[in-house]
Design a protein around this ligand. Structure first.
Ligand code: SF4
Length: 494
């Protein structure tokens, strides 16, 4: 079959999709060049905002029409929208509501069950791929598939197992490496802890093995991904498993390194990955950290480790303590300010970015003014702004009132966006005349322009001759910044 995966949401989802692609490849399926050529369509979904789910529903309408003409087209869903791995043929009580209620959807699977895709697809296929085989064998296989499907709707035994699938990376020089799954923070607006389960660290041995293999193959930039990466190794499940403490790994280290593992597992992990600098790793990033777990040792690691970039994406979500409390964010605006102050004291050129939600339940105009004030004080050089929308199953949807009118949410969003635009332009202007290291990600032959990211995660474009442009992709170039726009920079190769 030819497959097409549409990924929505965070870096973790993009990383998971690479594992889904690898699992499909192992089953003999190949990627479709164009979406319209696919006979298997998979959505890797995000439930953080209504918008993300609406995109899935919208696309399902189009695919539903296509399915009427192409009866064999298979449509599946994974990611945060899914609760139970199941197909249209699962017993009704074990069916996920997406399979039950949405006609075009043939199957859904929890991402932890990606390794079971073979069984799931067999079960989901309207005409199992046994048409050419004699009737008796066919009946036997269907019975087998039905049994398998009954098995796969049960809860996954070990949620980390799917990370063993060697991913089909979408780039040869940049990669996402998952270091944990789930989340223990339970922010009241978020579905992740319910959709993905409690926080659990991936064994450090496996993370390092994946990083090492990537670097051996020429990878220059690794981004460690998870829901709250900097709490790596601190959850109750982690303490039980001992994964993050490197059971079977730390014993090979010096006493002081072992101590660091016990005290600061995430910093210890970064320190180990950083050692790959000697083999060619140039950049190490991570996303997303939680302000609550941002330790002094982690800030110092940014100044000390060669590969760790000076980009700090730390979601604040709101500037009012009352709102932060209702969100269950576990820090105050003052705590957050203190954290950024420490970062800037140690790394003055740091690029600091954030996420903000406007119009959360109970957010008064006064509360919002505090967010606006915090923005003006901190001057993040970039922020991802969202208008609150209640997500079914979350605490805020069940117990709080979505009481900020739509128009008011829009007004707050625009007010913040005006400050953000100015702040981003101001930060970018400061970079004019400086030379930045850019990892070139693409070349556009129509404009003869290369595009890539600086260590500060700034988008930089620069002209390149047609004869050379493509060969620069995947290389690191020194680019002198000549122009600053709101969201990107223009420069010249040196
Ligand atoms: S930290 Fe909060 S917002 Fe982030 S994944 Fe966990 S619960 Fe969701």
């Amino acid at each position: 079959m030819k497959y097409y995966i549409q990924t929505l949401g965070c870096a973790m989802n993009y990383s998971d999709s690479e594992r889904v692609a690898a699992a499909l490849g192992k089953l003999g399926h190949s990627p479709a060049k164009k979406e319209s050529e696919a006979d298997l369509y998979i959505f890797n979904t995000c439930s953080i905002r209504q918008k993300g789910e609406d995109r899935v529903y919208g696309k399902l309408m189009t695919l539903g029409e296509r399915k009427q003409r192409e009866k064999d087209l298979l449509i599946g869903i994974t990611g945060c929208m899914v609760r139970k791995t199941s197909t249209k043929k699962s017993p009704r009580e074990k069916m996920d509501k997406l399979v039950r209620d949405l006609k075009p959807v043939d199957f859904v699977f929890r991402i932890e069950d990606a390794g079971e895709l073979g069984k799931i697809l067999k079960m989901a296929a309207k005409k199992p791929s046994v048409r050419a085989i004699n009737k008796a064998a066919k009946a036997k296989r269907i019975r087998g598939a039905a049994k398998a499907a009954r098995e796969i709707v049960t809860d996954s035994v070990d949620r980390l197992d799917y990370l063993d699938i060697a991913p089909k990376y979408s780039s040869g020089f940049q990669a996402f490496v998952p270091i944990q799954i789930g989340c223990d923070k339970f922010c009241t607006y978020c579905i992740v802890p319910y959709a993905r389960g409690r926080e659990q660290a991936r064994p450090i041995k496996e993370i390092l093995a994946e990083c090492r293999t990537l670097v051996e193959k020429g990878c220059k930039e690794i981004t460690l991904v998870g829901q709250t990466v900097n709490s790596y190794g601190r959850s109750d499940l982690d303490k039980k498993s001992g994964h993050a403490y490197g059971r079977g790994f730390v014993e090979t280290l010096t006493k002081s390194a072992q101590l660091q593992f016990a005290k600061e597992p995430f910093v210890a992990l970064l320190t180990e990955v950083d050692k790959l600098h000697a083999q060619g790793l140039n950049r190490l990033r991570f996303t997303s950290p939680h302000p609550y777990d941002y330790s002094d040792a982690l800030i110092k690691a940014h100044a000390k480790l060669k590969t760790l970039t000076p980009h700090f994406h730390i979601p604040v979500q709101a500037g009012s303590d009352e709102t932060l409390k209702r969100m269950n964010r576990r820090y105050s605006a003052a705590d957050y300010k203190k954290l950024i102050k420490k970062i800037r004291a140690l790394i003055p050129d740091a690029s600091v970015t954030t996420d903000i939600i406007v119009g959360f339940c109970g957010e008064t105009k006064k509360d919002f003014e505090k967010t606006l004030k915090l923005y003006k004080d901190i001057k993040w050089d970039m922020a991802y702004l969202a208008r609150y929308s209640p997500r079914p199953g979350t605490v805020s949807q069940k117990f709080f009132k979505d009481d900020v009118p739509r128009a008011e949410k829009a007004r707050r969003w625009h007010a913040l966006n005006t400050v953000l635009t100015k702040s981003s332009r101001d930060y970018n202007k400061k970079l004019i005349g400086k030379t930045l290291e850019v990892l070139v990600e693409k070349y556009d032959a129509r404009t003869n322009e290369c595009e890539g990211k600086s260590r500060e995660n700034k988008l930089v474009q620069f002209p390149a001759p047609a004869s050379k442009g493509l060969s620069l992709v995947g290389t690191i170039q020194k680019v002198k910044i000549t122009k600053a726009l709101e969201w990107n920079l223009k420069g010249e190769i040196r």
